[in-house]
Ligand binder design. Structure first.
Ligand SMILES: Cc1ncc(COP(=O)(O)O)c(C=O)c1O
Length: 361
């Protein structure tokens, strides 16, 4: 098809975690436990659900294209100004706007190989040259990334913490890296798991230092349980945000998503419950996997990646779990064929996963 550029034709389709309905259909199981997509096992924030129900009554109206209320609330919460805040259909929506806003034809991108697949899709679809720098010990190798920065580097993407490894670049590491980045290059710090990782002392909360060329991305998808609602936000210098606001799809995010985000920010109880459950889940899963001699990567997120001796073994384990109605995420499409990622679930779900894994092993 000559109409389609080759870099689009050559893209692979995004493979999400297996949906529950598909597993019911294919494996004939009645109970399905989905630990595949780093979602919130408690469900959505109840305050957000109530707000969505109410907002439904106004859904014949277009949403506020300016996102005034939610941007104002986020600005107050994080101690910045309204014009430092942008909203999007998930943080991936904002990433997509960033690509369309800042890239000139010769610009290049830098990121880690085998990190967040959502960014990889957008970067490859941009048709620009991307330097995919191998990770080191399952972590971003910021020194190696600094070494590939050149006169054409425009966007540097760092998922901090990383998905799928759950590791993070420390404050010292990031500070050191930052000194090697020219001002004309934009650093995207994707903090989708910020709420889970912020209590680590050396985690570099990007809001505590606001550089002019850093964009922080955060989301309501994880800690607030709103993955299906598609609502994320970003913070940056007002000039960057001003340009993003010009390019973003005008009525993104939706009316329901904006209402949900506003209410979720007030749902402190739900957030506490989520963080508490996740902490216990990470502790339990790490301990039990260690007892089973399964190698894991220490994680500051709401998931743990397990490492198996081969791709065949990882696929065998994943399939055997599916037959028992448990969905985890094989990481072949991320570039880690011998790894499986498991998200924390409810206590009973975590236990069912471990019990089933024991019988399989
Ligand atoms: C690192 C990272 N960034 C962004 C996202 C997507 O967030 P959103 O749902 O806000 O688009 C995810 C979701 O898995 C993620 O792991």
């Amino acid at each position: 098809m000559p109409l389609v550029p080759s870099y689009i034709r050559n893209l692979a389709n995004y493979k999400p975690g297996k949906p529950i309905e598909e597993v019911v259909r294919e494996y004939g199981v009645e109970r399905v436990i989905k630990l595949a997509s780093n979602e919130n096992s408690l469900g959505p924030s109840p305050k957000a659900v109530a707000a969505i129900e109410q907002a439904l009554q106004s859904s014949h109206r277009y949403p506020d294209a300016f996102g005034f209320e939610l941007r104002t609330k986020l600005a107050e919460r994080f101690n910045v100004k309204l014009d430092n805040v942008v909203l999007g259909a998930g943080s991936e929506g904002i990433m997509s706007t960033i690509m369309r806003t800042f890239l000139l034809s010769d610009d290049e991108l830098v990121s880690a190989a085998n990190s967040f697949i959502g960014f990889r899709v957008l970067a490859n679809a941009s048709g620009r040259k991307v330097h995919w720098v191998p990770m080191k010990n399952y972590r971003y190798d910021l020194d190696a990334m600094a070494n590939v920065i050149n006169d054409y580097t425009k966007i540097i993407y760092i998922a901090n913490p990383d998905n799928p490894m759950g590791t993070y670049a420390t404050r010292n590491e990031f500070d050191d890296f930052y000194t090697q980045v020219p001002e004309r290059a934009l650093i995207i710090l994707d903090e989708a798991y910020y709420e889970f990782s912020k209590e680590n002392n050396d985690f570099p909360d990007s809001m505590s230092y606001r550089y002019d060329n850093v964009i922080t991305l955060r989301t309501f998808s994880k800690a607030y349980g709103l993955a299906g609602t598609r609502i994320g936000y970003g913070f940056a210098h007002r000039e960057l945000i001003g340009n993003l606001m010009k390019v973003k799809v005008p009525f993104e995010p939706s009316l329901l998503a904006q209402a949900a985000g506003l209410a979720a920010l007030d749902d402190k109880e739900f957030l506490m419950q989520t963080l508490d459950l996740n902490k216990k889940g990470i502790g339990y899963l790490s301990d039990e996997l260690r007892k089973l001699n399964v190698e894991t990567v220490p994680s500051v997120t709401n998931f743990i990646t397990t490492i198996w001796e081969s791709e065949e073994k990882a696929i065998f384990i994943s399939e055997a779990l599916l037959k028992n109605g448990i969905i985890v995420r094989p990481l072949g499409s991320f570039g880690w064929p011998n790894c499986l990622r498991v998200s924390t679930g409810l206590e009973s779900e975590n236990e069912a996963f471990i019990d089933t894994l024991k019988t399989i092993i």
